[in-house]
Every structure is written in C-alpha cells, then in structure tokens.
Design a protein around this ligand. Structure first.
Ligand code: ADP
Length: 546
C-alpha cells in the first residue's frame, strides 16, 4: 500500500519559488568585480533567474545541456545556479584556479554550450575560447558598457544585455527529480579531473541536511557570508540551503583578504560565515593585528582541509565565535560530517571538548560512513584504529560523468560504498577524525603517523604560516616524517622551537625528524597542499641522521 501524500519531485526551482514567496523581501548583498556593493532581494533574484531561463530557451538549449560559470561569489552567479538548473539545464561550475589546459579539458569533456564569466577571468577565456568548439555563446557577467571592446572573443555578449532583453514571465518546468542539475570536477591532482554530477533530488536533500542545526545550521534570522567559492562544490551547498531557509546572503566577490571580509561582515551584520582554514587565518590575523572584535559574527563553518586546533580555540576564547569543523568532498555534494557536541558531552572539561570539536565530526543523516582495513572488513570505532573511509547516501556519487567503470566498493552485506581516499578513525560516539589522504599516509616502523596531527601542532606556533608534513624514505623505519614550514612575513622561528612543540603531544616515534623552512608550499586549485609536488621538490633532501 502506498502512502497518500502529494508526490512532488524535489526540484531546485522549488527552493527558488519558496524564497521568492516566503522571503521575497530578504536581501542578497554582493561585492562586485566592478568594486561597488550591490543589493537586491530574493524576489529580484527569482525574476532575473527567470529572465535567464527565457534567454537559455531562446538560445536553443535543450534539457540537460551544460552551461558553465567561471565566477566569484555574487548575485549573478546565484542567478545562474537557479536559472540554469531550474530550467532543466546543468550548471557546470569551473574553478578558475585550475590550469587553462585543464579548464579547456573540462569544458570539452562537459560539452559546455554557454560559458558565463566574470570579467576578471577574461584572460582565461581569451586563452581557451578557440579550443572549445562546443561553446556557442561566451557571456561576460557585466553591463554592456563594461564589455571589453577588443576582447578577441567572437560574439562576446554582455549578461545584462542578454537577459535584459527577456521577460521575467516564466513557469519553471516540472521533471524527474533524478535529472542532472549540477556538474563539478575534482581538481585532478591525480590524472584527469573527474566530474561529480549532482541531481535535483540530491541537491535538495543536501540543502535540507546542510540547514540542520548540527551541520551548517541556517535560519531566516541569519546573515550568511559564504567565502567558500561557488566555483567549487557549490559553496558547500549554501546557495540552496539559503533559499530553503530564507537567510540574508552576503557575497564577497573577488575580495577575499582579511580586511575586506572583516569590513563586509561588520557592515552587513553577518552572523554566520563559511570558508577554508587559510581564509580564516587571514581574517584572524587581521582582527588580531588591529585589535578588532566581531560585533555580530557567532559561528563559522570551516573545512576543506583540517582546521588547526589553535585557530578553533582562538575564535572561541578570544572572539566568542564558534568554529564548527566539517569534512566535505566534491563527490559528497559536499557535506559529509560536522563536529558538534552531543548532550552527554556538554559537561566535559574544556580541553576534552576541544579535542572532540577538532575532529571532522559526526555523520549528518544522509551520509553513512565506516572505516575499513585493506581486506575491506570494518575496523572498530575505538578512536584509535585507522581505516579507509567509505561513505554512502543519496547525495554521494555513484559514478563519474562520462567515465567508464564504477568507483564504488561492495561490502560483505552487498551494500555499495564510495571510497573517499581518506584515512580516518571513528570513536565510539561516531566522531570521525581524518588522519591523512591515503596517498599521503606516512608509515614508520609498520605504524601510521598522522601528518595532519604534525601539521596542526606546527601551525600552533605564532610564527608559522603554513606547515606540511611528508614522509622521507628511511632504510630502517621505511619512512620518517619531516615538517616543511613557511614562516609568517616578518616573523622568526627556529627548527628547535618547532620541534619543542611536540613532546607531550605525540609519542616520541611520531615526532618529526626535521624541520625544513621554505618560501612557498605548492597549493592546488582548491587551496589544498600538493604533497606529491612537495615530495618531488624535496627529492634531494636527506634526513639529518643519514
Ligand atoms: P578536490 O577537488 O581538491 O579533491 P575536494 O573538496 O573534493 O576537493 O577535496 C576533498 C578532500 O579534502 C577530502 O577527501 C579530504 O581529503 C580533504 N578535506 C576536506 N575537508 C577536510 C577536513 N575538515 N579535514 C581534513 N581534510 C579535509
């Protein structure tokens, strides 16, 4: 017997309709490439998304055709999110930090038909447009008078002229909720980029999951600043969860430095923000160096790479801001886990609470997870046993776009899991802690050493800007860890001072053998440390004892 509830497909357009009807007067504020601050409402967003949908119809785009964006966080990007997917096309967000040859590769692989870009990225478009035969229209996200006259890009359109010619009279189509809605490629640190293809159903369910209080926790009373880019994994789903919850949105545009972010937070009375640790480090330094405080900011969600404990504690103790640590992946839409205390843990001493809150956290409903050994068998949830992290759920990838074969693994119960490539522990309360990417694991004397722990301790020194721990081959122990450090500008620290941070925090054999100071550590397109490249750069390095 079937239930007797209305059978409505979960579509992204329903989020827009909800925001328009129930939060129509709530503001979206954007710092623009043009340098000014732009403000409008969800009602305006809905109207312009519909104009865009009409423009796509008139450009002859069919259902599931791909439209690409190369853009900062801003209202026009938001219109693309809803106008493209809501009308049944696929929103392909491109990370401008990828190498132009990779951008060309993903555009050709996705067979993008329209590409909309912020004028900042005109040089990328100029370099690649001739190599992208599927693209029919290149659209600059600007007014006609800002359109570069001598761009060399044939038929270059101004977005404002393009959608300005269209009516806002449009009815979102209804279709199968499993239809593709968004496409995001992994950064391709190992081989060609791989495309995660989100559906309307997965996106809407993820928006519900993201809005929950133990995850991103959005409310109509919040003013939300997503610093995490809309060009990579949908800014952690915040654009959709924002429409669902009706919160005010504040977009930083291209200005991601500590000062610009702080000023925007204060001016727009931001209560909640989201970003990767490097961005929050810049914000924290700005606030510390200028003796400032946050008047309205209450919470941030930090993920993408490990949140250093020292930063988490500084936010809480010095500024009264809760920094929620989360774990995410392109293939998981991206939210997987977030660290918030359980009721039974509220009475624990502060230090213990911090240890729990510094893990990557508990699974949100919608993502099941487990850790397995090399034999594919479950490892115990004791907080100590390491294993490969596997996940499953309705917003976890089952395959990659236009790629043969399945990435999934099957367990002894016949259940399919996505192997994340991360190595983790899980404790008896279900708190997961990433220790490494599996390809970066350091094995010494048959035991695993967590590079993330070593890095976290190094960056707790006030003179350390960034630290990366890698394994160096050793004749007796297989590998020994060293920590590679970039100092903060104008600050000094010695090898001995850094090594002195470890005793008492790690077992003796886990303490790095050496500290190597460098000017720069290679970062990938999503801001993560490229350890393979770093190991190549240090291939002639010799451990002190050898
Ligand atoms: P990319 O496209 O560069 O792979 P993703 O955002 O998909 O970008 O990267 C996902 C990976 O980032 C995870 O598998 C994990 O290794 C790392 N990661 C994400 N969040 C965290 C976190 N909170 N702590 C440690 N590592 C993290």
């Amino acid at each position: 017997m079937l239930g007797l509830m209305q059978d409505q497909p979960l579509l992204i357009s329903a989020l827009m309709d909800h925001a328009e009807r129930h939060h129509g007067t709530t503001e979206l504020v954007s710092r623009r490439v043009e340098g000014d601050i732009h403000r409008y409402t969800y009602k305006d967003l809905a109207a312009r998304s519909k104009q865009l949908a009409n423009a796509l119809d008139h450009a002859g785009l069919k259902q599931s055709d791909r439209v690409a964006s190369i853009a900062w966080n801003g209202y026009r990007h938001m219109e693309l999110y809803f106008g493209v997917s809501g009308s049944g096309r696929v929103m392909h967000t491109i990370n401008p930090r990828m190498h132009p040859t990779q951008i060309t590769w993903v555009m050709n692989h996705a067979e993008d038909q329209v590409v909309c870009f912020d004028t900042t990225f005109l040089p990328i478009v100029q370099a690649i447009h001739a190599k992208c035969p599927t693209v029919k229209h290149w659209v600059a996200l600007c007014d006609a008078d800002k359109l570069p006259s001598d761009s060399g890009v044939p038929g270059l359109l101004s977005y404002e002229t393009w959608i300005g010619a269209e009516s806002a009279d449009y009815t979102w189509p209804t279709f199968d909720e499993n239809l593709a809605a968004g496409l995001c490629y992994t950064s391709g640190t190992t081989g060609d980029p791989k495309g995660a293809l989100y559906s309307h159903r997965s996106t809407v369910l993820h928006a519900y999951g993201a809005a929950l209080p133990d995850t991103v926790g959005l409310s109509a009373s919040d003013s939300v600043l997503p610093v995490v880019p809309m060009f990579h994994v949908n800014a952690w789903g915040i654009p959709y969860a924002a429409a669902l919850s009706g919160c005010k949105l504040v977009f930083p545009g291209p200005a991601m430095d500590g000062k610009s972010i702080y000023e925007l937070m204060e001016a727009e009375r931001v209560t909640f923000a989201a970003g990767v640790p490097t961005i929050w480090q810049m914000l924290l330094s700005h606030v510390q160096n200028n003796n400032l405080h946050f008047s309205t900011l209450k919470r941030t969600i930090i993920g993408g790479s490990a949140l250093p404990l020292s930063m988490q504690v500084a936010f809480e103790k010095d500024y009264g801001v809760t920094a929620v640590h989360a774990w995410s992946m392109t293939e998981t839409s991206p939210l997987g886990t977030a660290a918030q205390l359980k009721n039974s843990q509220l009475g624990l001493p502060d230090e213990q609470k911090h240890q729990i809150l510094n893990t990557q956290g508990r699974a949100v409903f919608g993502v099941d997870m487990k850790i397995v050994g090399d034999d594919g068998k479950d490892r115990p949830w004791d907080g100590k046993s390491f294993g490969d992290l596997w996940v499953r759920g309705p917003w976890v990838a089952s395959a990659y776009f236009k790629r043969e074969g399945s990435p999934l693994k099957t367990d002894e119960h016949g259940r399919k899991w996505f192997p994340t490539g991360d190595v983790a522990t899980i404790d008896h309360d279900g708190f997961m802690r990433i220790t490494d990417r599996s390809k970066d694991v350091i094995k010494s004397g048959g035991e695993w050493i967590s590079s993330i722990d070593i890095e976290n301790i190094a960056v707790s020194h006030p003179a350390v800007a960034i630290a990366a721990c890698i394994g160096i081959p050793h004749p007796k122990w297989d590998e020994r860890p060293i920590v590679v450090v970039v100092k903060k500008p104008g600050k000094e620290v010695t090898k001995e001072e850094i090594l002195a941070l470890y005793p008492g925090k790690l077992a003796k054999w886990q303490i790095p053998d050496d500290v190597v100071f460098v000017k720069e550590i290679p970062l990938g397109a999503t801001g993560k440390i490229q350890k393979r490249k770093l190991r190549e750069e240090l291939k002639d390095y010799k451990l002190p004892e050898l």
